[in-house]
Design a protein around this ligand. Structure first.
Ligand code: SF4
Length: 225
């Protein structure tokens, strides 16, 4: 068992089962758009409303009455106009490229390239698409994963976030089994930990189940003494 396996096992015990992002590529794209500047509860309410009006395919969203779409999207919080614009662009891209689902499941470099034009996706979103909808064993590195992994001693910090993300992916991959399930679990736990406990300004190290093995937590503990 690697050090990372042990850390993840503790997080799993601490948090229990965590919900995963949708596995359908279009629904995951919508989930990404609704997630920006939102919180899980509001995002899920908006996604649920879109599901109820049966708008969760590119063609169905294209045909759906704008008023109903907007009412659903509003549940995610502010930035309704930006979300609606992003959804329109995404719907258009999905409808013009029906092969996108197959591309996402194909070789990773081509899949990442095909996802570049999608709005509000970014590198973290593209890797989430590969992991949860494409069945690739890759680690999406967003701000939460990056923060948690770095504090635990994985990867190096660079001025360019893409470089930081790459170094974290390499360091984490060296200690993870090469299975999609292992990568999905690692992402869910590290990301949730970054949101719930290992927060940016004031990490809750005193209640963290990883404190004993965390260099950053130990440093903070000593400076508090
Ligand atoms: S001990 Fe503190 S810094 Fe380390 S992982 Fe836990 S919350 Fe984050």
């Amino acid at each position: 068992m690697s050090r990372l396996d042990g850390l993840l096992a503790r997080l799993r015990k601490f948090y229990g089962a965590l919900p995963a992002p949708p596995a359908d590529p279009f629904t995951l794209f919508v989930w990404e758009v609704l997630s920006v500047h939102s919180v899980p509860r509001k995002r899920d309410a908006a996604l649920g409303a879109l599901k109820r009006i049966r708008a969760l395919t590119p063609d169905a969203m294209w045909r759906a009455p704008q008023k109903k779409l907007e009412e659903s999207v509003t549940l995610a919080g502010p930035y309704v106009e930006q979300r609606m614009r992003a959804l329109r662009t995404g719907v258009d891209l999905f409808r013009r490229s029906p092969q996108i689902t197959a591309v996402i499941k194909g070789p990773a470099p081509a899949a990442l390239k095909a996802l570049k034009p999608f709005p509000q996706m970014g590198e973290g979103g593209a890797y989430r698409m590969l992991l949860f909808a494409g069945g690739h064993a890759v680690l999406p590195v967003d701000a939460r994963v990056s923060r948690t992994a770095a504090r635990l001693g994985y990867g190096e910090q660079h001025a360019d976030f893409k470089k930081t993300a790459r170094s974290i992916r390499i360091a984490v991959s060296a200690q993870l089994p090469e299975t999609i399930a292992a990568y999905r679990l690692a992402y869910l736990l590290l990301s949730h930990h970054g949101a719930a406990t290992c927060t940016e300004g004031d990490p809750h190290c005193s209640v963290c189940p990883l404190l004993e093995e965390c260099p950053e937590g130990q440093k903070r503990l000593q400076s508090a003494d």
